[in-house]
Every structure is written in structure tokens, then in C-alpha cells.
Design a protein. Structure first.
Length: 731
């Protein structure tokens, strides 16, 4: 009887043997008895016999898929991830499946209802339709092109759902469920994709497209293009080409960038290619449906966040990672993978080109491009001839008049923009009113009782909130320590900046964009529309505003307090800051009007600001690489971080100390550092500490980790949580 070796979502690094019927194949899901319950697992291998004695081998209870759900290639990718990230194989494999398939539901492609104009709807005539019914008009216009699903319609406006109901009640729009296509392989041979060619490529764009088009097999390209240089246009051309040849495309974007607008943008450019998205915001049903659509070959393009790197794509022919430097590609719990790195491995595994795009590449990728492991493609100018890169200036905060954190110069510039009916954006990396409340009598600071951090003052609802653990209290009337009533906010957050601006510019229309103001679903969509409709004069926001958005009338960007990142204990903080500032700066002057960026700092001569003023990423990267090399930091070394946390400080440190001794006893050629507190040494009442291991090359580090991991599993870790993070980004 054949033996199936099954991956189960349990914290053990092994597969489990079950007796199977003939015909069992790897990649099929099965239901098996495990302990006292039944679990869904995935067959990883089939064998003729087992190391276990016959009576200990139980039979599979049920085979859930007629044909393998996961291809051999995908299983190999997941095996690689389990090995490389030292995460249990079962947990790795199961975490790659949408929840619905993990729970053992039947894997069928259910159809999504489509909305279309009815006969009376087609007879309406848009020109006679009341102009003031803006959203209804837009829905009708969209449906007059082709039937659409609900998600596409909802992307039009926050009220689209409501207006759609009105249109349906009038009988102008109807919905239907399409008959499932008989052959799920339809898309496979349809290689005549239309392509809405929006622009003639610039010479640099053409060179980049040609370079990728001319290679066959795996190559990793780093597309380094300044903001507004038209990287998206390069992607679209390459995607079109891959689709023409019958390939599927995987396009990964950072969490914050994946919006219905972006989805619709790619749909409109490549209208014949079925495109699905995969991200954690999708409902379970949609997620499973899109996953299966990719697996069947029907979806030709998968657009998604990091989790989409595990999407099943039988004809994968091109991978693109946009904003490859973005930290959201790294998963921070469970399987702590970097989707960018997994995508590179996947490309090499299936022999396809991969393009990493960024205006500010990660130092790791840039270094690889310099050393020749990746091929560097550069876009040095903005694509639109009229759009110049903005002028960047620093304002020395020690030599100017400041108003609660905003300099007089900056306020004057904002005033001029208001007069010219142009928009300004103030970028500040802290939401709330002020980062901390202080007693001017005794120096008491509003600390979080559960964390090492401070409680942030939120004036709108008069609360002090911890942004790390969520703890919150009402703002006290007097100092809890000495009773003095003189409590003062220190520093500025988005809310305070907003109120300072309101005082100075009472007529201005100010919009605050941060996690608080965009909490409600659809809020951000409404705001974007307001900005585009020029119903906003000044935008105040956190990094939510930094990325990917095109606001044509925005000509001034002010950066308020970037300095803390310059001297942070996290060696990546200044790399992140440069990327963030280059991104926000890139928002200014995109549509022909010259843009200006004003950075308030106490250190205008810092190399970071010098490089920013000259739009010189290369100079900045050179400075950073020099520093990293002499300090022995990545990309010149490879690292693994063991983290532990628990309520009892001695237990946390004892565990890491034992782990450290075990590491040293292995006597392998890696550097084992001391046990140190985490950057946030206490969070939500848990003590947190860590232990770093590093090595100049990957291979000995991996050998060490293979030997170390089982020793860690064997250590007593009562009431502790610990994790191993390979290539950690957070310190
Ligand atoms: P990036 O992603 O590099 O910041 P985008 O792809 O958003 O840049 O392009 C910036 C702007 O330039 C967009 O409005 C885009 O439509 C336009 N654009 C891109 N390529 C061209 C081109 N070849 N000719 C004219 N405009 C272009
Ligand atoms: Zn006090
Ligand atoms: Zn807290």
C-alpha cells in the first residue's frame, strides 16, 4: 500500500506518514486523523514504505482533491521557504493556502455575479441622464463598455454600492451569474491580447524593456528609476509581451499601494487579460476564487501583496516587484519571509525574468546590482517632458522662527500656494496631537504602563493612547505624579499640525490623512477624490501620503521632523528615511508645475539631505554602503535574529542565554552576539530581548541554523514566545 507523506499545520518540522490508496499524488489535499481530531493536510511525497511500523500508520480519511491542487514547482518553492526560514514544513505549506482551502472546502471555481446594462438601461442615453447624479452616471458609463463585477463598481466611489442599488431598482442594471467556462485552460492559448498603448516610450524606458525582452530564462533586473520616470509604463509593456507569449504574470506591490484604482488601471491597460488580486483585505470567498483562477490558468495576471508570491501560476513567465525596498514585503510573524527574496528564488526556479523596481532600491538589491548579480536598468529623468524633479531645500530649524514645530519660512510658502490655488503637503511621521504629555512642574511624562513607549496625546477625543499596545486613558486634569495642573504637549503630531495651520490659515481647506482619519472603510477613497477635485488646500499626513499617488496640483511638500532617524539605534533607519523622503518629494510637481520640497532639520549638512537635494541616490547609497562595510552590517553580512518575549524578565534572558551557549558550543564559523534588550524592551507587559547571529556568507549561516534550530526546540521555554527571523529587517 502506498504511503503518503503529509504536511500538517503543526509546530513540528516533519511530515506525517499515512496509508493511501493507489493513485495518490503529491499536491493533493487530504483529511487525516491526527491525535483526537481530523486535520487537512497536503501530500508532499508518495513512498513505497515508511519507517514506522505498520500498526502505527493510519489511513487517510478522505482525499479532498481529484487532481493535485499544488504543483510540484509550488511544493518545491514551499520546501525551500521552510528550509531557508527554518519554519516547520507543515505550517509553511498550509499558510500558503487561502483559509477556505485550508479548511478542506471543495476547490471549485464559483462564479462572481456580473453587472450589465439591461435593455432599458442601454436605451437610456447618457447625454440625457441628469448631470448631478454623478456616481450613477459613472456606473452607467462603465457598464456601457462591458459587464463588471461588484468590486470594480465599488472602486468608482464610496457611494457606488448604494447608487448601484438605485439603478437596479429602476431596472436599468441587472446582474447574472455567468456559466462556468468548460475548459479552465481557456486563457492559455489566447495570445492575442489587445494593449492600450498610452505613450511612446522614452529612450530609457525602451532600453529597459528591450533589455528584459532580450534575455531568456532567469535574470534579476533592478529597475532604478526616479519618481515619475514611468516605471509602471515599463511594467505594462513587459507584461503585455509576456501575455502575448502565453505566459502568466505576477506583480507584487506594497500593502499600502494595492488599491482598486491600481487594479482597474492595469485592467484598463491590458483589457483582455483576466487579472485577479490577492491580498489580506479580500474576503475568504474572493481570495479562494482568485487563487483558483490563477491555478487553473484562467487568470493571466496576479496583482497582489506579499502573500501573492505563493500564488499558483502554472505558466509564470514574468515577475515584477514594485517598490522592492518596501518593508511590507517582509512578513513579521509566522513564516517570516521576504516576498521579494522568495520572488527572486521563484523566478530562478521557473526560469523567468524578474524585475525589481524602485526609486530608492534597498541597499541589498543595489549592492547586488553593482556586483553584477543583478542587471541594473536606469531611468534617470521624468517621463513627462514637462515634469521636472522638484527643488529640494533644507530649513535649519536652529536659525529660524518656529511655531510649534513649523517654521515661519514654510508657513509663508504654504500661504503663497493657497494664493496661487495650488496644493501643499506636510509630511510628519507621527499621528495624534503630540507624541507625549509632560508636567512642567516635575517633569513627569505620559508613559505607557505596559510598554517602554510613551502615550500619545489625541486631543480630538481627549485621550492618551499607546500606539504599541492600544492601551488608552482619558487625559488627566492634573499630573498623576505631583498633582500640578500645568500639563503640556511636547512635540507635534498630525492633529497638532492641523490645528496650527488652521490658526494661521483660517480659510484654508485642510485634510488630515493618517490611520485615525482613514479608519473607516472607503474614507481614503473619498479623500483622494477630494484632493483630485481640488477641494483641499493643505494635506497633512503620515507615510500613507508618501507613496504612489499622483496629485497634479501639488507643488509644495514640507517635511517636518525627520531628524530622529538620523541617529537611531536601528542601522536601517536612515536608509528608510531617505526612501521615504524621496517618495514624498516625488509627489511634488508631477504635472508640469514646478515642485518644491522644504525639509526642516537641525542637520542640513548631513549626507542624507545633501543627496536628497541633488536627487543623488547613488551618492547616498555609496555613503551608506561605506558605513555598512566598515561596521560589518548587511549587505556585507547575513543575519539571523532569535527573539524571545515573556512576562518574566529572568526567564526571557535565561532562555536566550542558553540558546547563546548552545550556539557557541556548535563551534561553527558564525559570529554569535550577546543577548540584548529589543529596541522596544517592554511591549504589552512583555519583556523582549534578542540574540543576533551573523556571517559573511549565507551558506555557513544556513548550516549553523540547521544545527541550532533543533537545539532551540529542545530548550525549556515555558510561558515564553520565541521566534527565529532570517534576514531580519527590524532591530
Ligand atoms: P513612477 O512609477 O516611475 O513614479 P509613473 O509610472 O507613475 O512613474 O509615471 C509618471 C507619469 O508619467 C504618469 O503620469 C505616466 O502616465 C507618465 N508617463 C510614463 N511614461 C510616459 C511616456 N513614455 N511618455 C509620456 N508620459 C509618460
Ligand atoms: Zn508633575
Ligand atoms: Zn503600550
Amino acid at each position: 500500500m502506498p504511503i503518503a507523506r503529509v504536511a500538517l499545520d503543526v509546530p513540528l518540522p516533519t511530515l506525517f506518514d499515512y496509508a493511501a490508496a493507489d493513485g495518490i499524488a503529491s499536491g493533493q489535499r487530504v483529511l487525516v486523523p491526527f491525535g483526537r481530531k481530523q486535520m487537512v493536510g497536503v501530500v508532499m511525497e508518495c513512498a513505497a514504505d515508511s519507517a514506522l511500523t505498520a500498526e502505527r500508520i493510519k489511513p487517510i480519511a478522505q482525499v479532498l482533491d481529484e487532481t493535485p491542487l499544488l504543483s510540484a514547482g509550488l511544493l518545491a518553492l514551499l520546501r525551500f521557504c521552510s528550509d531557508y526560514y527554518h519554519h516547520p514544513i507543515g505550517a509553511t505549506v498550509l499558510s500558503a493556502l487561502p483559509a477556505r482551502l485550508r479548511s478542506g472546502k471543495r476547490a471549485g471555481l464559483e462564479e462572481v455575479p456580473q453587472y450589465a446594462l439591461s435593455a432599458s438601461g442601454r436605451a437610456l442615453g447618457l447625454s440625457e441622464f441628469p448631470k448631478r447624479k454623478v456616481v450613477q452616471r459613472r456606473i452607467l458609463a462603465m457598464l456601457s463598455g462591458q459587464p463588471c463585477n461588484l468590486a470594480q463598481i465599488m472602486a468608482l466611489s464610496a457611494t457606488a454600492g448604494k447608487q448601484l442599488k438605485v439603478l437596479m431598482a429602476e431596472g436599468w442594471v441587472e446582474h447574472y451569474v455567468p456559466v462556468p467556462s468548460q475548459s479552465p485552460e481557456d486563457g492559455r492559448n489566447a495570445v492575442r491580447h489587445t494593449f492600450n498603448n498610452a505613450h511612446t516610450l522614452t529612450a530609457e524606458q525602451q532600453q529597459a524593456v528591450d533589455a528584459v525582452a532580450q534575455t531568456s530564462g532567469y535574470t534579476c533586473f533592478l529597475l532604478h528609476g526616479v519618481t515619475g520616470s514611468g516605471k509602471t509604463e515599463v511594467y505594462v509593456h513587459l507584461m503585455h509581451r509576456a501575455l502575448q507569449r502565453g505566459g502568466q504574470v505576477l506583480l507584487l506591490v506594497p500593502e499600502i499601494n494595492l488599491t482598486p484604482q491600481l487594479e482597474n488601471y492595469f485592467r484598463s491597460r491590458l483589457p483582455d487579460a483576466e487579472l485577479v488580486s490577492l491580498h489580506s483585505g479580500l474576503g475568504e470567498g474572493a481570495r479562494a476564487r482568485n487563487w483558483l483562477s490563477a491555478q487553473s490558468g484562467r487568470a493571466r495576471v496576479v496583482l497582489g501583496t506579499r502573500l501573492a508570491v505563493f500564488a499558483p501560476l502554472p505558466q509564470l513567465a514574468l515577475l515584477i516587484v514594485d517598490e522592492e525596498h518596501d518593508a511590507s514585503f517582509k512578513q513579521q510573524d509566522g513564516l517570516r519571509y521576504s516576498a521579494r527574496d522568495v520572488a527572486i528564488f521563484r523566478a530562478s526556479q521557473c526560469g523567468a525574468p524578474i524585475v525589481l523596481g524602485s526609486a530608492t532600491p534597498s541597499l541589498e538589491s543595489y549592492y547586488n546590482a553593482q556586483s553584477g548579480r543583478y542587471t541594473l536598468l536606469q531611468l534617470t529623468g521624468r517621463a513627462l517632458a514637462a515634469a521636472r524633479l522638484p527643488a529640494v531645500r533644507c530649513i535649519n530649524i536652529n536659525q529660524t522662527v518656529m511655531h510649534h514645530g513649523i517654521s515661519e519660512n514654510l508657513l509663508r510658502e504654504i500661504g503663497q500656494r493657497i494664493e496661487r490655488r495650488e496644493q501643499s503637503l506636510l509630511f510628519i511621521n507621527r499621528r495624534g496631537y503630540a507624541p507625549v504629555l509632560m508636567c512642567s512642574a516635575c517633569g513627569w511624562l505620559s508613559g505607557c504602563p505596559n510598554c517602554a513607549g510613551k502615550l500619545v496625546l489625541h486631543l480630538l477625543d481627549r485621550r492618551l493612547r499607546c500606539h504599541h499596545c492600544g492601551y488608552q486613558i482619558r487625559v488627566p486634569n492634573a499630573c498623576p505624579s505631583c498633582g500640578d495642573a500645568d500639563l503640556k504637549p511636547v512635540g507635534a503630531g498630525t492633529q497638532r499640525v492641523e490645528s496650527i495651520l488652521l490658526e494661521r490659515f483660517p480659510q484654508a481647506r485642510i485634510l488630515r490623512v493618517d490611520r485615525d482619519s482613514t479608519r473607516h472603510k472607503g474614507a481614503w477613497n473619498v479623500m483622494r477624490q477630494q484632493i483630485h477635485d481640488e477641494a483641499v488646500d493643505i494635506l497633512v499626513g503620515t507615510q500613507m501620503l508618501a507613496k504612489g499617488h499622483d496629485f497634479p496640483n501639488l507643488t509644495l511638500v514640507g517635511v517636518l521632523n525627520p531628524d530622529s532617524a538620523l541617529y537611531s539605534s536601528d542601522f536601517r533607519a536612515s536608509e528608510k528615511l531617505f526612501a521615504q523622503l524621496a517618495q514624498v518629494a516625488g509627489r511634488a510637481g508631477r504635472a508640469g508645475k514646478p515642485g518644491e520640497v522644504l525639509v526642516q532639520t537641525a542637520f542640513p549638512d548631513h549626507p542624507l539631505f545633501r543627496a536628497l537635494r541633488h536627487h543623488d541616490y547613488a551618492a547616498w547609497a555609496k555613503t551608506l554602503l561605506g558605513e555598512r562595510k566598515s561596521a560589518g552590517f548587511p549587505p556585507f553580512v547575513h543575519q539571523a535574529m532569535l527573539r524571545a518575549e515573556g512576562k518574566q524578565e529572568p526567564a526571557v534572558y535565561a532562555f536566550l542565554q542558553m540558546a547563546r551557549e548552545a550556539a557557541i558550543a556548535l563551534a561553527l564559523p558564525v559570529e554569535v552576539y550577546g543577548v540584548v534588550p529589543a529596541a522596544m524592551p517592554r511591549r504589552a507587559s512583555h519583556i523582549r530581548a534578542q540574540l543576533l547571529v551573523q556571517c559573511e556568507t549565507r551558506k555557513p549561516l544556513q548550516q549553523f541554523l540547521r544545527a541550532w534550530r533543533p537545539l532551540l526546540d529542545a530548550l525549556p521555554a515555558n510561558k515564553l514566545r520565541w521566534s527565529l527571523d532570517i534576514d531580519p529587517l527590524e532591530f
